[in-house]
Write a protein that binds this ligand. Structure first.
Ligand code: B12
Length: 242
């Protein structure tokens, strides 16, 4: 049986949602009218402008509150489910030791012009994220963190030199689809430099990726916002020690 849901604002099932956006117009009555009209065209009925704030010269930020009449069928929602078991660091170490009999080598970097290192550091640094230790904590994982603004040729060269088992790339900036372009450039370069059976596992992450795009971008897995180091370590163990 399908499970239909609709948003909940003031009372169950009332369909109320909140939406925010910026228009390139100075704040005025007309600007608020424009925001209201835009939200109405997007299907909010009624659409109420509940907040409007000037943002520098010639821009206004809006919050609109209103009712949508759409439903979502939870059974028809498609997401990338975790298809590997979550392991403890001890279990990950044991599995690497048992099957590789050497340390698993992981290279991490932010590529292109991206300088947002907090995300990749959350996964790699020993101090970790969300109460979990990062991959540097795992005795059987060797982590080479190249930091920010690494070029694709540099990344490939280092992966060759270190005989990397996995390459972990972070992309946080999404302006002009930089994250997609950089990821495609990276996966193409690895396919060029390695024979398929020797190519390291390619993993990208960042808050604005669509996890379903891995195949299209030529990578083995995409991790989105809120990823924890344990999830990544478990994935690596699952894919590289089978
Ligand atoms: C901190 C920050 C900065 C710092 C970065 C410091 C540093 N060393 O990282 C500084 C001040 C340098 C900075 C600069 C800029 N920033 Co900035 N920044 C942020 C901010 C506030 C937080 C990002 C962050 O640290 N999040 C915390 C981490 C833990 O979360 P995360 O990155 O999502 O990572 C998690 C997951 O995504 C995932 N993950 C991420 N990477 C990877 C990789 C792998 C392999 C895996 C498995 C998982 C994974 O795991 C992590 C843990 O769960 C965001 C806004 C925001 N609130 O998100 C803007 C933001 C990202 N910045 C932005 C912009 C525009 C810039 C600048 C261009 C601003 C400017 N005009 O100069 C510059 C660009 C610099 C550059 N060359 O990249 C925009 C990007 C907009 C867009 N659509 O692309 C944002 C969204 C702000 C905004 N709303 O405008 N920024």
């Amino acid at each position: 049986m399908s499970q239909l849901v609709r948003p909940y604002g003031d009372t169950t099932g009332d369909g109320m949602v909140q939406l925010s956006f910026t228009l390139p117009v100075p704040h005025s009555k007309r600007a608020e009218g424009a925001a209201q009209q835009l939200a109405a065209s997007m299907g909010l009925d009624p659409a109420l402008v509940v907040h409007a704030k000037p943002m520098g010269d010639g821009f206004t930020f809006f919050v609109v509150y209103g009712r949508v009449h759409h439903l979502v069928d939870l059974d028809a929602v498609e997401v990338v489910e975790r298809d590997y078991p979550l392991l403890t660091p001890k279990e990950v170490n044991a599995s690497i030791k048992r099957s590789l009999r050497r340390r698993l080598v992981v290279i991490g970097a932010c590529i292109g012009t991206d300088a947002h290192t907090v995300g990749i550091d959350a996964i790699l640094n020993i101090k970790g994220f969300a109460g979990e230790k990062g991959l540097e904590y795992y005795r059987e994982i060797k982590v080479v963190n190249l930091g920010a603004q690494v070029s694709v040729p540099q990344l490939v060269d280092r992966a060759v030199a270190e005989r990397a088992d996995a390459v972990l790339v972070s992309q946080v900036v999404t302006q002009r689809d930089a994250h997609l372009l950089n990821t495609r450039e990276m996966s193409a370069a690895f396919s060029e430099a390695f024979r398929a059976e020797h190519r390291p596992l390619l993993v990208v992450g960042g808050p604005r990726f669509d996890e379903a795009m891995a195949g299209e971008l030529g990578v083995d897995r995409i991790f989105g916002r809120g990823t924890t180091p344990g999830e990544v370590a478990s994935f690596l163990a699952h894919r590289l020690t089978a």
